[in-house]
Design a protein around this ligand. Structure first.
Ligand SMILES: [Zn+2]
Length: 469
């Protein structure tokens, strides 16, 4: 048991969605920060929230008078292996298709050790910045690569104590079939589907407080065939798992789909039955009005990736309009070769600011950014009982110190201060599934310095193997 005593503030979402329409209606649903309350965690659940709760015997009592307590953040799109190819000079200024074609040449060299180290690195960065649940989209299986990639990743997640819902990604359309990736990193469709099913059977746990989920994620319309999209959707539905892919990320993708499939990307997905409340798309920048309506009507989700969209110059997603129309929107850091970090709190700040570039000074409010980064993400990955602070909810919590100089003068609205102010995005403490996994800003499940050294070594080896440097 853990008792957080006298929390400076607790961010508590209203239970319903933020209603569309006027600024007034949104403001009304924002005033939910609790002041000076205690939060009692028993097992993996929040047992009670209230003033002056007695400490049960054996409980660890944490003085939280200087902490802002928020739900653990949820990251809904990532490519862990890309942490090993951050900031490469050759692609620092490239747009998506050129960036991918160059990086495939490096990525085709990844092996089991690269997956293990990059998974630990990405997940530890996420934890350190307050994230308690993440997905990963691993779609790159070089020829001869181990089938046991999911086992390596689940092992890393379990060492760190993070809730993990990876997707079994895939690529089947190489250059010779008109796609972007080289032949050496794509797989045969039958093999992909067999391994996808095997991964679901071995690792997917649908229980409400599960630490392990699996979803299926053909990579994108320009790296898989229409038939793989369709068959993946059918397989996911047979097993009750979710579906994910990149969609509407660039104008180039749109042109590709019109030329190759004779349809815009979302129409292609609709024809593949790859749409609905069990589907979420990464990016979603180039949806038109009718497509936004279709997403809202079908409750299909979008993982907004503001840093990546800025880094690659892809564009600004219409998040304000998505929220107003009722499209579920979550938040994601995207792969670390297009971010180039896994800073989840920083991503919420980027979302807040980027929408204002497009829609003006009230384009996105702090509580909306918080909701996207927590509850909406948890729902999108299939956890209804995570992502919010309420009695009975899963105990996934981030504790932030805002009593230092970076936040001085900002304490009239402490939860907003975490997004508007600050430059060190490390949480002081993180609790995932009722267990302390970050303490004093340090990730407990791994030696972070040794991990950084190991990652640099593997990254160097990858570059030496490739022609790019
Ligand atoms: Zn991505």
């Amino acid at each position: 048991m853990i008792l957080l005593k006298g929390c400076f503030r607790v961010l508590q979402h209203d239970t319903g969605p933020i209603p569309p329409g006027s600024a007034t209606s949104r403001t009304k649903s924002e005033t939910t920060d609790l002041e000076g309350v205690d939060v009692l965690v028993e097992g993996n659940r929040i047992k009670r929230i209230g003033k002056d709760l007695p400490a049960p015997s054996g409980a660890r009592v944490i003085d939280a008078r200087r902490h802002v307590v928020t739900p653990g953040l949820v990251n809904t799109h990532h490519h862990f292996y890309q942490t090993l190819t951050r900031n490469l000079p050759a692609v620092q200024d490239a747009k998506l298709f050129d960036w991918l074609v160059a990086l495939y040449e490096v990525w085709k060299g990844i092996d089991e050790e690269a997956v293990r180290v990059s998974s630990l690195l990405a997940m530890s960065e996420l934890l350190r910045t307050g994230c308690t649940t993440t997905t990963d989209h691993h779609y790159l299986y070089p020829a001869g690569f181990s089938d046991d990639l999911p086992a390596i990743q689940f092992e890393a997640a379990s060492e760190l104590g993070i809730r993990f819902a990876p997707t079994r990604g895939s690529m089947s359309r190489s250059k010779k079939d008109g796609g972007l990736p080289p032949d050496s990193v794509v797989q045969d469709e039958e093999l992909i589907l067999r391994h996808s099913e095997d991964t679901i059977v071995r690792f997917h746990d649908p229980s409400p407080d599960s630490m392990r989920r699996v979803a299926l994620a053909p990579c994108s319309p320009f790296s898989v065939s229409e038939s793989l999209m369709k068959r993946s959707a059918a397989l996911a539905r047979r097993h009750g798992v979710r579906l994910h892919t990149h969609l509407a990320e660039t104008a180039d993708e749109n042109d590709f789909c019109v030329e190759v499939y004779g349809r815009r990307p979302l129409k292609l997905m609709e024809d593949c039955d790859f749409i609905g409340p069990d589907v979420w798309f990464a990016h979603g920048i180039f949806f038109d009005d009718a497509e936004l309506e279709l997403l809202a009507k079908t409750k299909t989700g979008v993982a907004h990736c503001p840093s990546s969209n800025m880094r690659l110059g892809s564009g600004i997603a219409r998040v304000r309009e998505m929220l107003d129309r009722g499209v579920p929107v979550s938040l994601a850091v995207d792969g670390s070769a297009s971010n180039d970090s896994s800073d989840m709190l920083g991503e919420a700040r980027q979302a807040l600011l980027l929408q204002r570039v497009r829609y003006g000074s009230a384009g996105l409010r702090s509580k909306e950014a918080w909701r996207m980064a927590t509850e909406s993400g948890a729902r999108m990955l299939g956890w209804d009982e995570a992502g919010r602070i309420a009695e009975g909810a899963l105990a996934d919590l981030a504790l932030w110190r805002i009593d230092g100089p970076a936040y001085a003068g900002s304490l009239s609205d402490p939860t907003a201060a975490l997004l508007f102010c600050g430059y060190d995005h490390r949480a002081d403490m993180v609790i995932a599934n009722g267990k302390v996994v970050v303490e004093d800003g340090k990730v407990l499940g791994v030696d972070e310095e040794k991990l950084a050294a190991a990652a640099n070594l593997v990254a160097k080896g990858l570059l030496e193997k490739a022609e790019l440097s």
